[in-house]
Design a protein around this ligand. Structure first.
Ligand SMILES: [Mg+2]
Length: 370
């Protein structure tokens, strides 16, 4: 089998309202943008991949075709070496690797997790918020998620003072497992309204979380490359520390391991590693006594890639993005059928490859408009 070309399409999904993600301060989102990549082969099988996009996106499908045309998509290791070159001279390319597994699985008639030696598993979801909201505006949201079957919720904070919001939430929900994401690992610096935390800030906030109790992790309280500072933070506090969603390549995770930086490794298969290298990071985390709970917040194709990865890795939580108006319908708009949790649990699709089907009407409409 040979790759015959790569087709890139910029897709734009409607959001019913404005979404104010904490990671793009001052720049609310009224649409869901993504770059879709279709990897075509000479045997008529097409693999799909997607990356998040922004402000109309970067076009690099033609350049990728130059690197990948003629390659056998089963040669994941060889193609990863080529993607390392793309990473050197162009945009980070790890999302493309999911399309290889999509092709290999469709060719073999098997889901990706099975190709990688795992059996299906029901993974408990935590409801992942995307905005900072004061406690009184968050209580109804949390109750709704509990009623739907979720067993944990991840809150977003931007300021150290937001520990008060977390404490108020704890007063309302004394037993609910909480995660807290400070999103200080990286920022999309459009409006320059970002706030950063020092190590002392992170320690102070984490000590506040110790008082809150039953906090499963504090996520990205520091910049994503401050491996040593993460390690020092872990020495000072008892709350588990998570990070790594947007680090670039497996060597970053070796740094986290070397500096004993993290209790929870979170490489996103679409952003940080791809699926195969994600499984390798999971093994690294296990060796270090850490958990592996990847970030999933991109789009439904990225979610699928991460779901297969965590099925192989045996992750004990799955991040389920849910912050109306950013609902599963919004992050799955490009698929025929989105990812619905069942009573707070989710299972990787059992259909071949990634196990998802694109909504051809969305695709044709977009291509016709181009
Ligand atoms: Mg995060």
């Amino acid at each position: 089998m040979q790759i015959t070309g790569i087709e890139q399409t910029h897709l734009d999904g409607a959001v019913d309202g404005m979404f104010y993600p904490t990671w793009i301060p001052g720049y609310p989102q009224s649409t869901h943008e993504l770059e879709l990549f279709e990897i075509h082969t000479d045997e008529g099988i097409t693999g799909h991949a997607a990356s998040p996009s922004f402000a109309g996106g970067l076009q690099y499908g033609d350049q990728l075709s130059l690197f990948l045309t003629g390659e056998d998509p089963h040669n994941v290791e060889g193609i990863l070496r080529k993607l390392d070159t793309v990473n050197l001279v162009g945009p980070r390319p790890w999302h493309l690797e999911m399309a290889l597994w999509d092709i290999i699985g469709k060719d073999a008639g098997k889901p990706v997790y099975e190709l990688l030696g795992a059996e299906p598993a029901d993974i408990p979801c935590y409801a992942s918020t995307g905005e900072y909201r004061p406690a009184d505006e968050r209580v109804d949201y949390i109750q709704a998620r509990i009623d739907e079957g979720f067993e944990a919720v991840k809150l977003r904070v931007t300021e150290v003072e937001h520990i008060e919001m977390v404490k108020e939430i704890r007063d309302h929900f004394p037993d609910l497992p909480l995660m807290v994401d400070a999103n200080k690992g990286w920022a999309v610096r459009v409006m320059e309204e970002e706030t950063t935390w020092s190590l002392a800030d992170a320690v102070a906030f984490a000590r506040g979380l110790e008082e809150v109790g039953n906090v499963r992790w504090l996520e990205e309280p520091l910049p994503r490359h401050d491996y040593r500072a993460y390690g020092r933070l872990r020495e000072k506090v008892d709350v588990p520390i998570a990070g790594g969603e947007f680090n670039n390549g497996t060597h970053h995770f070796r740094e986290f391991a070397k500096h004993e930086s993290l209790d929870v490794f979170q490489p996103d298969a679409a952003l940080a590693t791809g699926i195969k290298q994600g499984v390798e990071v999971a093994a690294m985390a296990r060796e270090f006594g850490a958990k592996f709970v990847p970030h999933t917040w991109t789009n439904a194709l990225g979610f699928a890639a991460n779901l297969h990865t965590m099925t192989v890795a045996g992750s004990d939580w799955c991040e389920y993005p849910m912050e109306p108006p950013w609902t599963p319908d919004v992050w799955s708009f490009m698929l025929e059928e989105g990812f619905e949790h069942e009573d707070g649990y989710i299972r990787a699709p059992e259909k071949p490859g990634l196990g998802v089907e694109l909504d051809e009407a969305v695709l044709e409409e977009t291509k016709a408009a181009d």
